[in-house]
Design a protein around this ligand. Structure first.
Ligand code: CA
Length: 765
């Protein structure tokens, strides 16, 4: 009887499992190898197969490149040399606080080149919640993530001794082997690009099998010290020997605060997990809940794979940099003042990339997290005297602009009120009227001239015109936050400068140009020439960087007709490159040439909002066409899945928002500008439990044009949705068709926000 009911149960169980197998979960669509077929000269994403939870503090990845190489996993490589803790934003940033494991069979081999072992992608599973590879020597490695740790499992083959090598990587490290407790503790402190940003990552690693033997080693000369229980120094690691044919599980957690905290985290995140399957299932459930916040229906399996792979990448940065103490209270080690503080901290992102779409996506899906982040920005400012611009993990100041104010203003206009706006404005004014100690995007290069002349002069300052354009936008964000909070003092200050984009527009050539301090234009202008007064682009790309006043830009360019013709030209002019001050082809140039879309360089950030500008000029159907074309042509879920650097979730967030049918052209306003959604139906579940549905009837690869629209049952003629319209829940219904509907979205009142237009109508009142 007992036996019978058991087998009935089993039948029911397997029956249910086979029904479920037909219905794929969101996480099953994700390929973490997306974008990994990248190299220095040409990138398809510069990503690595990140095994992590959403916004997890530490991630884990297989390692094909040498210790310290920013290209830590390249799809075309034939061997794996380790499985490492990673935080990298992009190959260009390299990494910090890395260490790795490598399982070895036969002879104890510690040398990273010699221990590297062949593998093939057929023997690899690469998912957010689970990574598995069977190496050519028969060793199987598996990894499942927690927020600040991972569960690893190594299955050694029979026929030779089994070793696990811990590599201390490129900087100072310490290891302590505890044979009786079956654990290793220690720390790593490495930072490839910024020695001022050196911090310690304390780790605790617990094994479920006894050590047959152990020792330490160092990776400069690969000297092994058998039976040694501890060591500290450059590249100090450890090794353990296990029984032949053993399967070994390792639970690892790391802390930036203390070794004790690493143990607390290990117990909290992995203590109850009996085996890797449990950790893996828990991670899958977390990802399915996260990715399930946007449920897409219709569309092809490939489109779903692209969508969820991009949504996964949009959900890694910025990382939580806080930990939970024994009582479950958040606290963190500040990378800014190197002290421990209560509360939340986030890091690993460059706002130059991510202010555009990644944060505006977060404000929809994770307003509570965004609110904590805004407070953390002001805390960071108190700790180091400057607002973060490129956090990795402390301030790097890379790229240009002062875009923390974009995040703060964006939060405020969307009703995220977790911070003191006056404090934010004060911090921003300081940022805008000083030059900080780190990089170009820490304070302002040329702030005095920008104030006096209304632009940053070239060649006095590198990338001066790009800086002018982004400062003017940032000043709008300052003005906006001041205005929204009734702060006339700051409103007056920033309103003086937010039209400064006009000062670098040359009506003679119809382009933004480099301008000398004496007011003259820089000679020998060629719009296809990269660099000089521009950042990673040319005049074709930077023409459009007036997010806050597209109408003002239209007026400069001679009206709608001329503006539309110029937008059209981006796609029809040849994809010629002049390398300019770069002196040679950089990968962004190669990627634009390869995309074969004229001067449309989607592989880099400056032009990523451009397609949506047709919504401001009475030709929204062109935005609908081009956005679908760009999504279709430039993205997929494979190792070649991006048209250039992915960049901390930005290029992925562009896809996620665009696939939903809208995009954040001007963060700092509450508007999302319409495009054309990929799927027949998308359901966003908001943090407040409400749902916003984008229901696109007759949508298909050919039917990319919006024929008509309604919002919550009422006719909808605008080309934008407000944040509240999305987060209050509702249904945007679109009728899609194969040809443009040229009467929809063309009225003046259909157009999205422009500062000039708004001020005009204010005067009219
Ligand atoms: Ca980029």
């Amino acid at each position: 009887m007992v036996k019978k009911s058991l087998s009935l149960l089993a039948l029911l169980f397997f029956g249910a499992a086979s029904v479920q197998a037909k219905q794929k979960d969101p996480v099953d669509y994700v390929n973490t190898l997306q974008g990994t077929n990248s190299k220095h000269e040409l990138t398809h994403g510069n990503t690595y197969p990140t095994t992590s939870l959403p916004f997890g503090m530490h991630t884990w990845t297989p390692q094909t490149g040498k210790n310290g190489d920013g290209w830590k996993y390249q799809y075309f490589k034939k061997t794996i040399r380790g499985f490492q803790q990673a935080h990298q934003c992009s190959s260009w940033t390299n990494d910090y606080c890395v260490y790795s494991f490598m399982p070895v069979t036969g002879k104890l081999t510690v040398n990273e080149d010699e221990r590297a072992t062949g593998f093939s992608h057929e023997n690899e599973i690469a998912k957010p919640h689970y990574y598995k590879v069977k190496l050519d020597n028969g060793i199987v490695t598996e990894m499942a993530p927690t927020e600040r740790g991972a569960h690893l499992r190594f299955r050694f083959p029979k026929g030779g001794p089994s070793y696990l090598v811990l590599d201390g990587y490129t900087g100072l490290s310490q290891v302590k082997v505890w044979p009786a407790e079956r654990k290793i503790t220690g720390y790593v402190s490495n930072n490839r690009t910024n020695k001022d940003n050196l911090i310690k990552s304390y780790f605790e690693i617990r094994f479920d099998r006894p050590f047959k033997s152990y020792g330490t080693w160092e990776n400069r000369h690969n000297t092994i010290r058998a039976n040694e229980q501890q060591g500290e120094g450059e590249g100090i690691g450890a090794y353990l020997q296990f029984s032949e044919g053993e399967t070994v599980q390792a639970k690892v957690a790391s802390s930036y605060i203390s070794p004790e905290q690493a143990a607390v985290t290990l117990a909290a995140e992995l203590g109850r997990s009996k085996n890797l399957e449990e950790t893996k299932a828990a991670a899958a459930a977390i990802w399915n809940k996260h990715l399930g916040r946007i449920l897409v229906e219709g569309g092809t399996e490939e489109e779903k794979a692209t969508f969820y792979s991009c949504f996964f990448r949009a959900s890694l940065f910025s990382r939580q940099f806080y930990e939970y103490d024994k009582e479950g209270k958040p606290y963190y080690f500040s990378p800014y003042d190197k002290k421990v503080h209560a509360g939340y901290m986030f890091t690993d992102t460059g706002f130059w990339d991510t202010f555009r779409a990644q944060f505006p996506l977060n404000t929809i899906l994770y307003p509570t997290m965004h609110g904590r982040y805004m407070q953390a920005l002001l805390d960071a400012q108190e700790q180091c005297g400057w607002l973060p611009s490129w956090s990795f993990p402390g301030e790097e100041g890379s790229m240009i602009g002062n875009h923390a104010i974009s995040l703060l203003a964006d939060a405020w206009v969307k009703g995220i009120r977790s911070f003191n706006p006056e404090k934010a404005l004060k911090a921003y004014l300081h940022e805008a009227t000083n030059k900080g100690p780190w990089g170009p995007a820490n304070g302002r290069h040329g702030w005095k001239e920008y104030y006096a002349l209304g632009y940053v002069p070239y060649p006095d300052y590198r990338e001066a015109t790009a800086k002018t354009l982004e400062y003017a936008y940032d000043d709008f964000c300052g003005y906006q936050l001041a205005r929204q909070t009734g702060n006339t003092f700051y409103q007056t200050i920033f309103s003086r400068q937010m039209y400064n984009y006009k000062n670098v527009y040359d009506p003679g050539t119809g382009f933004m140009r480099g301008r000398k301090a004496n007011g003259e234009w820089v000679e020998n202008f060629d719009p296809v020439e990269w660099g000089g007064p521009f950042t990673e682009g040319n005049a074709w790309h930077w023409e459009w960087s007036v997010f806050h006043d597209v109408q003002g830009l239209i007026n400069l360019m001679g009206g709608n007709k001329a503006f539309n013709a110029k937008l059209d030209s981006v796609f029809t002019v040849p994809n010629t490159v002049k390398v300019g001050t770069y002196g040679g082809m950089i990968h962004e140039m190669t990627e634009m040439v390869m995309a074969d879309m004229g001067q449309y360089a989607h592989g880099n950030q400056p032009i990523q909002h451009m397609i949506y500008l047709y919504n401001y000029t009475g030709e929204p159907w062109k935005a609908q066409f081009h956005v679908r074309n760009a999504m279709n042509k430039l993205y997929n879920a494979t190792e070649n899945g991006y048209p250039g650097d992915e960049d901390q979730g930005q290029t992925s967030s562009w896809y996620v928002l665009s696939a939903l049918g809208f995009y954040s052209v001007c963060p700092g306003t509450d508007q999302y500008v319409l495009g054309s959604p990929v799927f027949q139906k998308a359901t966003i579940t908001l943090e407040n439990g409400k749902k916003f549905v984008i229901d696109a009837k007759n949508n298909s690869k050919d039917n990319v044009y919006i024929q008509s629209a309604s919002l919550n049952g009422k006719p909808f003629n605008r080309n934008w949705l407000s944040y509240a319209e999305i987060t209050n829940g509702g249904t945007l219904h679109l009728e899609m068709g194969p040809s443009p509907e040229m009467t929809r979205g063309v009225a003046e009142e259909s157009k999205p926000f422009s500062l000039s237009k708004e001020q005009q109508s204010n005067f009219a009142k």
